[in-house]
Design a protein around this ligand. Sequence first.
Ligand code: T1G
Length: 718
Amino acid sequence: MATYSRLPGSVALITLQNPPVNALSAAVRQGIVDTVQRALKDPKVTSVVICGQNGRFCGGADIREFAGPMLGPPLVPMIHAIEAVDKPVVAAIEGVALGGGLELALGCHYRIAHSKALLGLPEVTLGLLPAAGGTQRLPRLIGLTAALDLITTGRHISAAEALKLGILDQVTDSNAVDLAVDFVRSVAGQPLDSRRLSTLACPCPPDVDSLLDKVMAQVRQRSRGALAPVACVQALRAAATLPYTQGMEKERDLMATLFNSGQARALQYAFFSQRVVGKWSLPSGANWNNSTGRTISKAAVIGLGTMGRGIVVALALTGMSVVAVETQEKQLAEASQAVPAMLQREAGRRSLATPPGVITFSSNLQDVSEVELVIEAVFENMALKLQVFRHLASVCGPGTLLCSNTSGLDMDQLAAVTKSPALVVGMHFFAPAHVMKLLEVVCGPRSSPEAVATAMQLGKRMGKVSVAVGNCPGFVGNRMLKPYLEQANFLLEEGATPQQVDEALEEFGFPMGVFRMSDLSGLDVGWRIRKEAGLTGPGVEPSRTRQGRRYSPLPDQVCEAGRLGQKTGRGWYQYDGPGGRVARSDPWVHIFLEAYRAQHGLVARSIAPEEILERCLYALINEGFNILQEAMAAGPEHIDAIYVFGYGWPRHRGGPMFHAGQVGLGRVLERLEHHHHNHPDVPHLEPSTLLRRLVAGGSPPVQKWREFINKDRVHSQL
Ligand SMILES: C[C@H](O)[C@H](C)C(=O)SCCNC(=O)CCNC(=O)[C@H](O)C(C)(C)COP(=O)([O-])OP(=O)([O-])OC[C@H]1O[C@@H](n2cnc3c(N)ncnc32)[C@H](O)[C@@H]1OP(=O)([O-])[O-]
């Protein structure tokens, strides 16, 4: 709703009320229409201020309403009516003015904001475009070039940048509503024609067509199949070339194509998934609402390799002090050079509220005795990690939280060697740890709600999307990645090339296909894990089965040939020397694959992109269903947030589990059965029981899976 009050000096104050972000729900829109009418008709009112309750102007249209029929007054005529009012209307912006919220402000004659306010038109991140006049009014106010940047990226800008661009008329460090009230009194009675943005021409550079063509090309390349960014450029082309009314028709038509698109639903699902995972819960019933975490002010990181250095920076960026420990002198010296530079660069990239914390470098584990939380990031080897945990248990105080950055080893085994297993959790970062948004918080069977709450809270402070997951081999992300990688290797055995597999995955929307990604992260990472698991190495027969299951020794043989990816200049592709970034097809690989197939009596066949996608993605998704069944993840949103924020799953496809729902669970089941029939020695293709149950249960929408799983779990226990 929206409330109306009349202030001294003939000012009407309209306050939007829809906590927490005053989104423009049907009730708020009706409230605005009613209160603007009232201000218009009230002869004692000479000017109007619109603001939002609780220090937040407006977070835009109410995204929760998109799933249903649109009720209440539409936004476009509502904003047009405000613009047409013959009394000055000022938007007093505090907190946020995003999407429809900024469009509402653009319909006002003046905009005043608090210096900490955030503004923007992020609709493109929801698979939409600013459809309440934003694509037509913003370019008329700030010019086409600047509007193209804000609308095609959807980025939030500070009040300072908005003032510089000309979106805002004034910015204040004190109360923006008070300033707006004083300001509007001062402009009451002044002509408003020039303040009605829809009546203005759109300032464009002389070569407007080449600018639009250039931006369209950049957007198409950047968006990897996402529809909304392209539609945004088309709407802005209309703003630059058509009168306002026709431009608005173009905006409306483009929005109609986007609104019901699968991509828009996927992106809105991703928006809410990111928020659902913050509300963590454990099978024990402990959750974000009934568990309290500790606020950490001093932490330590053990092991300053690539991951350890990034974790130190991520912690220091929160303002806390960090003890960075590395026992190898050479590595310590290198890290104490590299880390401060990384911290400065990252601090420069982000406008930090608090200065970064102090980092102390040491080679002595004794120096962590005073910290509240330790993150171990040594080499991925259980024996070494156990040694470190035993040492930490003897050095640290009884209340210290001990965390490991392991990417898949048993957290409970580590907890078992400490005095307080309840204070042991996994904090699995993704490289580069100070940049990647995802954090898997691994809850061992003995991890206390307080420990999980502390790790989740710390993740939020580091700006991470933290997802609580269960303790199983590979946790969630890497556990699902295993069948995906396996299928990719099997497809090479059967006739595909690394390029064909990667092209299919990149066409789907991944920034990098599986083989280019493996070359980037280093083929030796997986090779070492397979050797430690006894799957390859001296004395292991290079056959194509292991424990009765199909196994591909292809990647082992590539590594044995000294090809470890970008770091050696050769892997599944060739590069311009060690560290090269540009992947080129390598004749060696094709000769090697032919020889391999001949050696194993395999006949290459042509494999269609559809089969590549089905086998790689459905094997991954199938493992996701097993993870949900075992309660290693609380819901599909958790798996999808992990893949979108940690594994490059294209956001406009929502995530693996959402994608399965869009394809149709029946279809996924049928295709898995088909591929498992053709490859009975690949257990990862055998459909998950939960998938079968969901299909038998009528394939409920993804938002209903958690309910279905919980009911199903209770039922199966009966
Ligand atoms: C016509 C027009 O052109 C078009 C079509 C549109 O306008 S499309 C809409 C365009 N608007 C946006 O894209 C802005 C989306 N929101 C945000 O970016 C952020 O929310 C925030 C504003 C920067 C605050 O961040 P926060 O970190 O302080 O809190 P939070 O946890 O994120 O949010 C707090 C709670 O508010 C909910 N929420 C936030 N914005 C919402 C919105 N626009 N609609 C509905 N719910 C919203 C959110 O789900 C969470 O709920 P719950 O989990 O507590 O149940």
